[in-house]
Design a protein around this ligand. Structure first.
Ligand SMILES: C[S@@+](CC[C@H](N)C(=O)[O-])C[C@H]1O[C@@H](n2cnc3c(N)ncnc32)[C@H](O)[C@@H]1O
Length: 282
């Protein structure tokens, strides 16, 4: 990987990239309310130049590229080359042309200061090794008065998309409790935690809101299990430690446990995320 030190977290994401590409349609649909919230909270408008940090296989970059129109542009970045290739393929497939791609780590953005009207990141900040350094970089490349908007998971216990699976898996596989300050999906689930870092690095008018929405997509409980067990590096690694027949028991139990969230055999989990937005001082 060019110039980027491959941490344990990035290794997991590199190994996850092909699965995120495989499930790209479902991921696009189920998190589209989060993208809309970022577009609103960052105040994105036609003609804006927007940076997406940790854009994975292309969202929210590609939806934002459509929102800012042909006079605007999006730069989609991610630390993992395989995610960037997946994003490029998806842009070609969807015919989105006003987006460029760059492999880079969030805490070392290869752009001039004050380049972008706004900077966004969907479900990225909690994985950065040094979140303050990353947010400082995002602020550096934002123009005066420009916005930074970040979406992160709220607590696992508020998100059945997460806890229904982890509750079942924990009955089969012992695992040490995760360090709440280490990179991980729920690292910024505590109210105010990410907002405080954005204030500390110098953003002004920092605000935080809870986004309640439905994680919805036309998939069955079986397809849900396939998507969850493939796209989560943590889950893949846990499942790899047990024999196949135990995995099958987990799969069956998860499908039974999630069924109440699949009216008409279609996924619909109530969900909660946190959106933090601040502005660069002039
Ligand atoms: C949960 S995915 C989110 C992807 C996409 N934004 C989305 O919402 O679908 C997290 C992404 O963060 C990227 N990532 C992790 N650490 C990073 C870092 N230090 N710098 C840049 N990207 C990073 C991973 O490669 C992965 O693509």
């Amino acid at each position: 990987m060019s110039q980027i030190q491959e941490t344990e977290v990035l290794r997991e994401w590199r190994q996850s990239a092909s699965y995120w590409q495989k499930h790209i349609g479902t991921i696009h649909t189920m998190f589209s309310p989060v993208t809309q919230a970022l577009i609103e909270d960052a105040g994105l408008k036609e003609g804006d130049a927007v940076l997406d940090v940790a854009g994975g296989p292309g969202e929210p970059s590609l939806t934002i590229a459509e929102a800012v129109g042909p006079t605007g542009s999006v730069t989609c970045t991610d630390a993992v080359a395989e995610m960037i290739s997946a994003a490029q393929s998806e842009a070609l497939r969807r015919g989105v042309r006003n987006v460029t791609f760059r492999q880079c780590a969030a805490d070392s953005l290869p752009f001039e200061s004050r380049t972008f009207d706004a900077v966004v990141s969907r479900l990225g900040a909690m994985f950065f090794p040094d979140p303050a350094a990353a947010l400082r970089e995002m602020l550096r490349v934002t123009k005066s008065e420009g916005a930074i908007s970040l979406a992160v998971w709220d607590k696992s216990e508020l998100n059945p998309f997460s806890y229904v699976v982890t509750n079942v898996v924990s009955r089969y596989i012992d695992a040490a409790p995760a360090d709440p300050n280490a990179p991980g999906a729920f690292r910024f689930a505590e109210a105010g935690a990410l907002a405080q870092i954005l204030k500390d690095v110098g953003a002004r008018d920092v605000e935080e809101r809870v986004l309640k929405f439905n994680i919805a997509a036309p998939i069955s409980p079986k397809e849900f299990w396939e998507m969850r067990s493939e796209t989560s590096g943590t889950l893949r690694e846990k499942l790899a430690t047990i024999p196949p027949h135990r995995c099958e028991l987990i799969e069956q139990e998860v499908q039974d446990a999630v069924r109440e969230f699949f009216p008409n055999n279609q996924m619909q989990f109530p969900a909660q995320m946190i959106i933090v937005t601040g502005n660069k001082a002039s």
